[in-house]
Design a protein around this ligand. Sequence first.
Ligand SMILES: [Zn+2]
Length: 545
Amino acid sequence: MIKDIKNHIKSLLRLTLIMSFPLLLFFTLGYFLVSETDSFYRELGAIFCITVICISFILLVKSYKLKSILLVFFQWLLALFIAFKLFFYYTFDTKPTASSIFVIFETNATESSEFFKSYFNFSFIVILMLCFSICIYLIIKSLLKEKAFNFLDFSITNRAFQISLIGLILVSGYMLRRSFSEQSIVLKLSESIKDYNIAKDYYKEHLAQSINNDIKITSQTKEEQIGIVIIGEATSRWHMGLYNYNRKTNPLLSKMKEELYVFNDVIAPDVMTILSLEKALTLSNNKNPKAENNFSVVQLANAANYDTYWISNQQPVGFTESTPTIIATAAKQQQFLATDNYFSTIYDESLIPEIEKVITSKGKRKLVFVHLIGTHRTYKKRYPESYNYFKGVNERTKFKTDKSKRLVNEYDNAIRYNDYVISEIINLVKKQHKNSFVVYFSDHGDEVYDTIDFVGHHRHKGSKPMFDIPFIAWFSDKYKLKNSRIDTLTNYSNRKYNAEDFIYSFSDIINVDFIGNDKSRSLFNINFKERKRWIKDSLDYDRWK
Ligand SMILES: [Zn+2]
């Protein structure tokens, strides 16, 4: 009997030791990677609770086989947990939150796969291997040896012991929920998925249909028109020659500068594609994220009797349908040109012949929404070799390493190629000599070692280059003739504007008025009023340093 107890204790200790490995590993690595002490202890607490639950579960099971399977499975699960956590702390110096997790199922897989690809490096792979080392060891052991986990071959049938195990599970579960809900990935993940699905349903309900009965148009013109709205991707005006960047990244647009209305102070409402576009392209904004009777620019154009087209170089579906795709489904015709291969090279010039086909086809009122792949990572896969133009070091780069020098060159090349695409689209429309306009803005920018030692766009790293976007408009002579007020736009180039109000600017240039319209939110309107520019839900951009 005593020998039995002694053996049981030995087995228990061994099990506890193995199961505590992830906790110990997080303790050691987290000590260096988690900068906030509070977060560090909270994380440890959460992993401790999960470990206790796992051990108790294994002990409750009688069968040796099931015990062994659970041991390996829980090890794998915990390894995944801490690897995920360490990845966030290591890469973003922040805890995984709903919005950072959002990235993973965000929109098109292009974003998420490239997101991981660009942040995966050698040191993280070492961390990853450490996280999974015990798990892999256990798997190999169980494959090579029969009854590899001999020490698990016991079961304590004592009622009191079992009841206390159940008690432990319940208490740990309760603690997790109460104190560590911020830290628990399981809870966070399920909450995020829930939020995500609610958001999806909301968008599908309001934005997916071509006709939205909530739109009440009060006035509109019926004249022939071709309008093009180009939605850029990850293009920051910090790297655009047109906005005084020290490299000639906009040779073509700069050449036609006289014909353009270049707005100098437009920001994106957020730094993630969907979080930005769901505001820019609909009535929603940071202060009113789920606008009642919401509708999109596409639906508004439909209601104003335009033939609407959505031509995109971004993947329509990834993990799940993306918000821009839902908005696109309201268009009368949609074309998604990018292939399924997320790692593949995608050039925006492939959009040009499609745009040409549309604008030269029959039809009197046309609105074409063009969604670029733009200058999204991986930068060097966004332009052909002939655009490999910038080499050497840009003195302006704040953090100079071999990696940053290379990425700045690649980003600048991508911007220079983007310059070609935008100017080419404008030239295409210009050739038609119709009543037409082209508007271009980017969904957000990217930080490319301009202000912080970071490349890309991420909410928690949020920096000005991620929010500062280009906003450019071009109008044909015929358009200007019919809309003489356009002349005044040159006076408006320094207006402080948040692209979350784009729908009001859009309705303004297509001369459509609707119930609920607010002309003081149109960048192009004489009645424009500057207002607080909210970003990331409730941060005041103009007071933020
Ligand atoms: Zn984006």
